[in-house]
Structures are given as C-alpha cells and as structure tokens.
Design a protein around this ligand. Structure first.
Ligand code: PEP
Length: 247
C-alpha cells in the first residue's frame, strides 16, 4: 500500500514567540509539498504558529493532551481546546512523558482515544531503552506498550499514527540503522495485523531518534518506515526542511 509519508517536528519546550513565528514561516516556505509535514510547537505558541503558516501544506499538532474532557484539572489542556486552535494531530506517550511524568501505556491509550474523539489524529510513541535493547527485550517492550492500545477497538483511535522512537536514540546523536528501524517497524506492523488488518495496511509508522538531514533519506527508504518524528533537527528551518524534502 502506498502510505503518504509524514514528517513531524516536535519542538518540545524550546524557543520564544519570535522563534516560533520565524521557524513556522521558514518551514512553510521551504517544503516541496511532496509529503505531509506537521509541526508541534509548545501550547502557548499554537495560535501564533497557525497564523504564521502561509502554506496549507504544513499542519499543526500538539505535544500532549489531557485525558479529561474539561473541568477542574489545573494546568491541563483538553483535546477540544487543541482542536479549536487548529491542531490536526497530537503526540501522546512520548518517552519524555513516560519517563519524566510517569505516563503509563493505559493512560497513553486513553489520551489517544480522546484525541481521535475530537477528530484529530493521535501519534502514539513507543520504544525501548538502551538497557532493554541490550537485554534483548525490544520486542517484548513494544508488544507490552501496544497491548494497552489493542485493548480497545481500532475504530476508537481514528487515523492512528505510531512513532517508533528507541529511547537510546532520542537527543543522543545515536540513530538506529535503517535495518534496525525496519526490523522493529515490520514487527509493529505484524502486531497491528493481529489487531486489525486494514489498520496494519494504512497506519503510518514514523521513526524518531536523532533523524538529521544526512541520515533521513536512508531511514525513510525502508519499506515500513512511513516518515519521521524529529526533535532537535526540527528547531532549525534548514535542517527540518532538508529532512522533509529528503523523502
Ligand atoms: C523526539 O524527541 O521525538 C526525537 C526524536 O528527538 P531527536 O530527534 O532530537 O532525537
């Protein structure tokens, strides 16, 4: 199946209002339009970035969401609010959320379904730590993380996107080889097939972990790699545009 590639930039908690505006404008002007391009700024800059995007070819996403609909949840942001601000995608279960904020796979599944219910697309992040990889547990970790997703019907997740992000490759400059990425992506697709065959065919599985302009094309060339989730290199117009245009 021909899945359209998606390149997503996760800006994390970086930059100023002026940086956000300039980066959004630079990306919108630089991309060649042959792939889906998504940028996920910090919450306070969503509206600013939305206004700065002159190209409809760049879509807007958020980095996190509350699993709650509304009410007395100080500091939280709901899916309805993100949808109101023009978001089309929301990243859930990033390893930083799992490791630093104790988010477990059941909560990640709840968040993903709340995103889909608000007519946006969840990007669920999965991936193993270095210790788990060296202990030969990569498949088991991925399977456990996805079991919480598969505990609910596929229809509850809408147009689900997965991001395989080996934790040892995030922000470290170490990237999985194209073959290592392909091996896990193929395994993820096989697991998806046991849940819902149609979803396995159409679900985009992104790779994340130190994707840079000089390694992107080789990783994206792999059969089951349908694009990338990019952290550090998404903070510079030139590098992110080069990655997006490498597809
Ligand atoms: C990420 O945080 O999702 C990520 C992939 O970061 P980096 O590209 O900096 O490794």
């Amino acid at each position: 199946m021909n899945r359209k590639r998606l390149i997503a930039g996760n800006w994390k908690m970086n930059g100023s209002e002026a940086d956000a505006r300039a980066l959004a404008r630079g990306i919108a002007a630089g991309i060649n339009g042959e792939t889906d391009v998504l940028i996920c700024p910090p919450f306070p800059y969503l509206s600013i970035v939305k206004a700065a995007l002159q190209s409809l070819q760049v879509t807007l996403g958020a980095q996190n969401v509350s699993q709650q609909a509304n009410g007395a949840y100080t500091g939280e942001v709901s899916a309805a609010m993100l949808s109101d601000l023009g978001c089309s995608y929301v990243i859930v279960g990033h390893s930083e959320r799992r490791q630093l904020y104790g988010e477990d796979s059941a909560l990640v599944s709840d968040k993903a379904r709340v995103v889909a219910a608000a007519d946006m697309r969840p990007i669920i992040c999965i991936g193993e730590t270095l210790e788990e990889r060296e202990g030969g547990q990569t498949r088991q970790v991925i399977e456990t993380q996805l079991a919480a997703v598969f505990a609910h019907p596929a229809a509850d997740y809408g147009e689900l996107v997965l991001a395989y992000e080996p934790v040892w490759a995030i922000g470290t400059g170490k990237t999985a080889s194209p073959e290592q990425a392909q091996e896990v992506h193929a395994f993820v697709r096989e697991l998806l097939g046991g849940w819902d065959a149609a979803v396995a065919e159409r679900c985009r599985i992104l790779y994340g972990g130190s994707v840079k302009a000089d390694n992107a094309a080789n990783i994206f060339a792999m059969e089951d790699v349908d694009g990338g989730l990019v952290g550090g290199a998404s903070l510079q117009t030139e590098s992110f545009v080069a990655i997006a245009n490498a597809v």
